[in-house]
Write a protein of this length. Structure first.
Lengths: 339, 519
């Protein structure tokens, strides 16, 4: 019930710095690892792979890596907003991506591209609003809510599709999008970069992004500053949902197929990228640009394993291990910071 | 100095030390950061005595009790039970030696039953399985000992505050203590419930239990306590037998400073028209309060911790819902009704909350961002933030409040308490509020920053703002306020103008000890 009361009691007797002024933060390895470290780690990983792994440094392999990374990356840069708002993650991106992909191909086949696009947007908004209202207004736990909406969403999708695989026409606009390249760069890559820059701008330069960060840092202080905090949370989930929709389009276009199981594991892969990128699961700190680096890191790591003949099971273990290490570093860095 | 506490002040007859003390604190000192919370305090209590420990907020009472119960390890000095020295800072050792603390903040688990809570931490078990019947037997015995009837299987969340308090006491009693420590046990009780509790404590003492009773409430202390130890600014002022003491002299000892009103530079207050009018405010902890704030006037809210002052200001602002009452604010001749926090902020209120670290600041964000937060609409075009404008705006406000060093791109959490408080004030100054509410504006703030914050508050009033200050720091309250309302049990028990207010008058109204100056 009143879980916050004892905290207040200790606050009053808490030792406060006797000297006025700034507590200059000594260099902290943990802090460095959870923020700037990603640049070095990603660089080192790519370098190591280029030197030691046969076939890594080929153009086909690298474009293949990025092509695969694009969909997860777009989901991750969107989901960064939910993580920064201190709501952990949005598990329902799995259902959102698959739904978006199936809607794009199946509805396009029957009723044309525009209707498919419109329907996908409506569905994405519905996901964002349902998750956002439950978490932001009813204050339900984000993990449980989005786990539940994943079930609802995948349930609906399987009822609709019966588990069948949808194929786009071999010469339609979707196929064209999926196979277009600017020089060696696939279009999906460009979508990822554009989404990253756009969302980075939203996070760092707009009123809304500012409130998301502030809310993640301290909910009550943000509310008392006159912010409509429910709308902030709903907005964070809507951004995630719209990004997941775009991720679904890219995924569908890349293979020109769609099936309800095609985005399995996207939730944790995206989370791994976000946390490895140094966005704190405690909220308030994070960066969309670093999430992009996190995506590169996770994708290259996976690719190295594929090229080394390590199967899906090993890749899964590696992602899990990566998350454990990254959240531990995040927690330790937070503990070490003065506050 | 050693063991001179007993002899120092118990003169002759009183309920002096017939038996050896069961519990003793010898020369306890404890500092937090640079603040000496307890400074060489000694205390001894024999079995069967009810011993009051009194002092203003921050006098060191709670810290001393936390040392006695092993929650805090003292810097120097020791705790002795029956002549044996306890391991310092080990709550388990204190419990085993028979010292039980009844917590000020209720520490029960609301979702568990009465019986489960009473045995929490010492649940009887065999081979890992809870022995339910044994648990119920011990819980029932403890409740019987304190004379309270309550269903053992009821969940705590369904009990009244008073019954919860009694369950807390039963929990302490179930451990068969020799010493019981109660910290403000009557803070949330009605007068009838308080009577019941005081009778209960007298019965327990009659059976040989030593009781340490922390309270602000002088009448209660004179009713049940045998001796009184007075603390002030962490130091032991005196220990007197209740029979030899007068309530007024105890209040004087608590306050010190010979009861002169400590007036700072006198501000020439020119109260203008009414800006804020609050009528019939009711909310949890607030029982019907009317309040007016005028332009250019600093209104102080005095009272003890838990009197309902924070609840009152939050209800006025709409930061927490109120159950009854109306609030209006007059801006440029137009009167607006305040029905929620959003309306309060939009119509010229500024609020510096009591807990700056949990409610006032986003500690992981920069000073600049913290200052920008409530002002974001003025600092953006469309919905895009203007970073340059924010930096200039924050810099200017940081200078106004005297942030040192003025590094607005550092995280708020890196600054000292005084600087953090200046940032919270700067946030709201940026909005140029018409009415500003400051709850404990200088708690945990160093002396220099305190003076600067006082200057800022005075400047706000001089500037024609309506200012409301909540403070438990009596000299501060007297120094700042043009008029003081004293709150007790969610009601205003007296109003003092600047020239009639002194520490004794405020304390008398705050503690219900009304033989001093009344309203």
């Amino acid at each position: 019930m009143k879980t916050e009361k004892p905290v207040e009691a200790t606050k009053t007797t808490e030792p406060l710095a006797a000297e006025p002024g700034i507590e200059e933060r000594a260099f902290s390895l943990l802090d460095w690892m959870s923020t700037r470290g990603i640049f070095i780690f990603t660089g080192l990983l790519i370098l190591t792979a280029a030197v030691f792994i046969d076939g890594f440094a080929s153009l086909t392999n690298i474009t293949d890596v990025f092509n695969r990374a694009a969909a997860i990356g777009i989901v991750a840069v969107g989901m960064t907003f939910v993580v920064i708002s201190a709501n952990y993650l949005d598990l329902s991106v799995v259902a959102q991506v698959a739904t978006s992909a199936v809607v794009l191909i199946a509805i396009s086949n029957e009723h044309g591209f525009l209707l498919a696009f419109a329907l996908a947007i409506v569905i994405a908004l519905a996901y964002g609003i349902v998750n956002g209202v439950a978490v932001g207004i009813f204050k339900a736990n984000a993990v449980i809510v989005t786990l539940a909406t994943t079930f609802i969403g995948l349930g609906l999708l399987r009822w609709f599709s019966g588990g069948s695989i949808y194929f786009g026409p071999p010469d339609g606009p979707i196929r064209a999008f999926g196979s277009t390249r600017l020089g060696p760069i696939p279009l999906s890559m460009i979508v990822l970069v554009v989404m990253t820059l756009l969302l980075s701008f939203v996070l760092t330069r707009t009123n809304f992004g500012f409130m998301v960060k502030s809310y993640g840092s301290n909910r009550e202080a943000t509310r008392l500053a006159g912010v409509n905090t429910s709308m902030v949370v709903i907005g964070a989930f809507i951004i995630t949902a719209l990004a997941a929709m775009v991720g679904g389009f890219v995924l569908a276009a890349f293979s020109n197929t769609a099936v309800s199981s095609m985005s399995d594991g996207f939730d944790f892969r995206a989370l791994a990228a976000i946390i490895v990128g140094g966005t704190s699961v405690f909220g308030g700190r994070g960066s969309v640009l670093r999430t992009l680096l996190g995506v590169v890191f996770v994708s290259v790591l996976t690719n190295i394993m594929v090229l080394s003949g390590l199967g899906f099971g090993y890749q899964q273990m590696a992602i899990g291990l990566l998350i454990v290490v990254a959240v531990s570093v995040d927690a330790l860095a937070r503990k070490a910071a003065p506050r | 100095m050693t063991d001179n506490t007993m002899a120092s002040s118990v003169n002759g007859d009183g309920p002096a030390i017939a038996t050896a003390p069961i519990v003793e604190a010898r020369n306890i000192s404890k500092a937090f950061g640079g603040v000496q919370a307890v400074d060489d305090v000694s205390l001894a209590v024999p079995p069967g005595e009810i011993h009051a420990v009194v002092g203003e907020n921050g006098a060191g009472k709670s810290t001393l009790m936390r040392v006695l119960s092993g929650i805090i390890k003292p810097d120097t000095g020791g705790v002795f039970v029956g002549g044996e020295r306890l391991d310092a800072g080990d709550p388990r050792a204190a419990l085993e030696a028979g010292i039980s603390l009844v917590h000020q903040e209720l520490s029960l688990v609301p979702e568990m039953t009465v019986a489960e809570n009473i045995l929490l931490g010492s649940t009887p078990s065999r081979g890992g399985f809870i022995r339910g019947s044994e648990q119920r037997r011990i819980a029932a015995a403890a409740l019987e000992e304190i004379g309270v009837t309550v269903d053992l299987d009821e969940h705590i969340s369904r009990l009244s505050m008073a019954l919860r308090q009694f369950v807390e006491i039963a929990r302490a009693i179930a451990r068969k203590p020799q010493v019981l420590i109660l910290d403000e046990p009557t803070a949330t009780l009605t007068p009838a419930e308080t009577d019941y509790l005081l009778d209960m404590l007298q019965r327990l003492a009659g059976r040989g239990l030593a009781i340490l009773y922390i309270s602000h409430r002088i009448p209660e202390i004179f009713r049940i306590c045998d001796r009184i130890t007075v603390l002030r600014d962490g130091q032991h002022v005196d220990t007197v037998a209740t029979a030899d003491a007068e309530p007024d002299t105890v209040v004087q000892m608590m306050v010190g400073r010979e009861l002169e009103a400590v007036l700072g530079e006198h501000r020439d207050a020119k109260p203008g028209e009414v800006i804020v009018s609050a009528k019939g405010i009711r909310a949890p902890g607030v029982n019907g309060i009317d309040l007016e704030l005028r332009a250019g006037q600093i209104v102080g809210l005095g009272g003890l911790v838990g009197a309902g002052r924070t609840e009152l200001v939050r209800a006025i602002l709409g930061a927490d819902p109120r159950t009854a009452g109306d609030v209006t604010i007059t801006l440029d001749g137009k009167t607006h009704s305040i029905n929620g926090y959003g309306a309060a902020i939009a119509n010229g209120f500024g609020y510096i909350p009591e807990e700056r670290r949990t409610d006032g600041l986003a500690l992981t964000m920069t000073v600049s961002d913290n200052i920008a937060l409530p002002n974001r609409e003025h600092l953006s075009t469309g919905s895009v933030l203007e970073r340059g404008k924010i930096a200039r705006f924050a810099k200017q406000l940081a200078d106004t409040v005297g942030l040192r060093p003025p590094k607005i791109e550092h995280e708020a959490g890196q600054f000292s308490g005084g600087n953090q408080q200046k940032v919270v004030i700067a946030k709201w100054l940026g909005r140029e509020p018409t009415a500003i509410v400051l709850d404990e504006p200088t708690r945990g703030v160093d002396v220099g920053a305190k003076a600067e914050i006082h200057r800022l508050v005075r400047e706000l009033a001089d500037d024609g703002k309506a200012v409301l200050v909540v403070s438990s720091d009596l000299p501060e309250l007297l120094e700042l306020s043009d008029i003081i309302h004293v709150v007790r049990d969610g009601r205003i028990t007296g109003t003092l103008m600047r020239d009639e207010a002194d520490e004794a008058a405020v304390m008398a109204l705050a503690s219900g000890q009304t033989t001093g100056a009344g309203a």
